[in-house]
Ligand binder design. Sequence first.
Ligand code: URA
Length: 204
Amino acid sequence: VAVARQAAAAARDLGELREAMAAFEFCDLRLGARNLVFADGNPRARVMVIGEAPGRDEDIQGKPFVGRAGQLLDRMFAAIGMGRAMSDGARADGARAIYITNVLPWRPPQNRDPKPDEVAMLLPFVQRHVELASPDILVLMGNISCNALLGRKGITRLRGQWAEVLGRPALPMFHPAYLLRNPHAKREAWHDLLMLQARLRELA
Ligand code: URA
């Protein structure tokens, strides 16, 4: 982990961080993955979304959240007028862009849950990613993301309540893959999206 921390800290911008991750040899997940999945969307966005790990589609395309869960994620943000394709550079007033990444940049074999030591090893990179992108607000999608960044488990209790990560407001939400399996929980997700929207207006 010390090696990861050093490599992450040495990155001075997002390009260097990506290179540092691509060169990082101390996580076996990379051996089973086709692509490093770094991020998508607008790195200057006010909102940074952090998911769990790439799945099959993401591994093939090298982009986060492009499969079924990703399509739902796009629809969720579109419902509050936001999206990854929006490149309005002015972050201060009503920037509607989002920036998306994951706790893990490589797909775990057969989409198994990441192991705690894998998460711990790669955490310095996500944390540095947050510092460099410097969003106003973080959205933590699902248990793995909450556990990694907040050190807390239990998304059902955590969701919809503001927390703090690296000095920024962070909102835990249900993961869209969970919502696909439990469509009734979309009600809570909608509530959380409106909370996010209200907070953005307050901060604007
Ligand atoms: N699920 C995630 O958590 N991240 C992705 O990129 C895709 C699915």
